[in-house]
Design a protein around this ligand. Structure first.
Ligand SMILES: Cc1cc2nc3c(=O)[nH]c(=O)nc-3n(C[C@H](O)[C@H](O)[C@H](O)COP(=O)(O)OP(=O)(O)OC[C@H]3O[C@@H](n4cnc5c(N)ncnc54)[C@H](O)[C@@H]3O)c2cc1C
Length: 329
C-alpha cells in the first residue's frame, strides 16, 4: 500500500478544508482500504469522517427517519424501528457481506462504495474508470455486469445493496462539507456516460452526512439472488415499497439493484402494479414489465431471469404474501 497521511475531521465544516484534491473520506474502510492495498486507489490523505458529531445515529420520528451516514450497517439491520417501518432497508442491510463487515461498514460508505468489477479492482487492467482508455468488461468476462444501461462507456453494476431499498423508500441524501443540500437519492447516482470515473454526484470537498427517509412503508421488502448465501454481492436484487388501499395497490416504488450502473427504478413495473391487487399473477406481470427493456451482454443473460424473480418476490413479500418457493428469509 502506498504511504498516506491520516487526518480526522472534527466537524462537517472541517471536511471541506481537509478533503483536498488527493484526499478521500474514510468511514469503515471495508471497501476503501482493500482498493488501496491493491493500488487501485492511491490517495495521499485519508480524512476520517466517523468522528463528525451527529452522523452516527438513527432517529425515527412520525413520518420520517434520519440515518447518519456513519450509522453501521449492522445497527440498521437490527434497529427495531427500521425493521418495522422500513423493512426493505433492514432486509437489504441484513444481507450485506458478513457480520464482521456489517459491524465496520457504514451506510454512507455503502452507497459511496466503488464497484466490485474485476477489471476495475485489479491494477493490471486498462480500465476507463481508473483513467484508462477502454472498458474490458464490454467484450470480456461480463457475467456479473449490467443488463440495463450498458450501451455507455462502462458496464459496471452499482454495488450497493442498500441503495435500491433507499430508492424504493423515496429517500433523500443530505450532502455536507463544502456545500449543504438534500438530493433525492435517484439523482445522487450518475451513469458512466455522464462521468465514467464517478458513481455519484458528490463534488470536491463534499460528503454524505445523512440519509433521510420519508413516510414509513411497512409494506416494503427487498429480495436478492446471489451465488452463495453469505459474503457475496447479489447477482440481482429488487426492493419494492407499496402503499395499499385495502388490498389494492395505490402506489408502488420498485427499484432493481446489481443490474445497471445505478440503482434502477422501474416505473414500468410500478405502472403495471398500480390499481391492482397483489397476487402471484400481478407480481409476475410487474416483473415482466421490469425486465422487458433488458439488453444482456454476451455472458449475463441469466440475470434477466434472476432480476425477474427478485422483482416478483420483493412485491409478494412487501404485500405480506408468502409463497412456498421463497426460501428462508
Ligand atoms: C466480502 C464482502 C462482501 C460484500 N458484499 C456486499 C453486498 O452484498 N452488498 C453491498 O452493498 N456491499 C457489499 N460489500 C461492500 C460493503 O458493503 C462496503 O465495503 C461497505 O458498505 C463500505 O462502507 P465503509 O463504511 O467501510 O466505507 P469505506 O470503505 O470507508 O468507503 C467506501 C468509499 O466511500 C467513500 N465514503 C465513505 N463514506 C462516505 C461518505 N459519508 N460520504 C462520501 N463518501 C464516503 C470512501 O471515500 C470510499 O471511496 C461487501 C464487502 C466485502 C468485503
Amino acid at each position: 500500500m502506498k504511504a498516506f497521511a491520516y487526518r480526522s475531521a472534527a466537524s462537517e465544516e472541517s471536511v471541506a478544508t481537509l478533503l483536498g484534491e488527493k484526499a478521500l473520506p474514510l468511514a469503515g474502510g471495508t471497501n476503501l482500504l482493500n482498493l488501496m492495498k491493491n493500488y487501485v486507489l492511491q490517495p495521499e490523505v485519508l480524512v476520517d469522517i466517523k468522528k463528525i458529531p451527529g452522523t452516527s445515529g438513527i432517529e425515527i420520528a412520525s413520518g420520517s427517519a434520519k440515518i447518519g451516514a456513519n450509522a453501521l450497517i449492522a445497527d440498521i439491520a437490527a434497529h427495531e424501528g427500521i425493521r418495522k417501518e422500513y423493512p426493505a432497508l433492514a432486509q437489504a442491510a441484513g444481507a450485506i457481506a458478513t457480520p464482521q463487515v456489517r459491524n465496520m461498514a457504514t451506510l454512507g460508505g455503502n452507497i459511496c462504495q466503488r464497484p466490485y468489477c474485476w477489471y476495475f479492482t485489479q491494477e493490471a487492467f486498462d480500465c476507463l474508470k481508473r483513467g484508462g482508455t477502454t472498458c474490458p468488461a464490454k467484450k470480456g468476462e461480463n457475467e456479473y455486469h449490467a443488463i440495463f444501461e450498458n450501451d455507455g462507456p462502462c458496464v459496471i453494476v452499482h454495488p450497493s445493496s442498500a441503495a435500491p431499498a433507499l430508492v424504493a423508500l423515496g429517500a433523500k441524501v443530505r450532502v455536507g462539507g463544502k456545500s449543504s443540500r438534500e438530493v433525492p437519492i435517484e439523482e445522487f447516482f450518475i451513469l458512466p456516460k455522464d462521468d465514467p470515473r464517478r458513481e455519484n454526484s458528490l463534488g470536491p470537498g463534499e460528503i454524505v452526512t445523512h440519509v433521510i427517509l420519508g413516510p414509513a412503508r411497512p409494506k416494503s421488502a427487498t429480495y436478492l439472488v446471489r451465488e452463495k448465501d453469505a459474503s457475496d454481492w447479489p447477482v440481482s436484487l429488487a426492493a419494492a415499497a407499496l402503499e395499499l388501499d385495502g388490498d389494492t395497490v395505490k402506489s408502488a416504488r420498485i427499484c432493481l439493484g446489481a443490474v445497471a450502473p445505478i440503482p434502477l427504478r422501474s416505473k414500468e413495473a410500478e405502472a403495471a402494479l398500480a390499481g391492482k391487487k397483489v397476487t402471484e399473477a400481478t407480481a409476475a406481470a410487474a416483473a415482466d414489465a421490469a425486465v422487458a427493456g433488458a439488453k444482456p451482454l454476451a455472458k449475463n443473460a441469466y440475470k434477466v431471469r434472476t432480476a425477474h424473480a427478485c422483482v416478483k418476490r420483493a412485491i409478494l413479500l412487501a404485500a405480506g404474501i408468502q409463497v412456498p418457493d421463497l426460501g428462508p428469509r
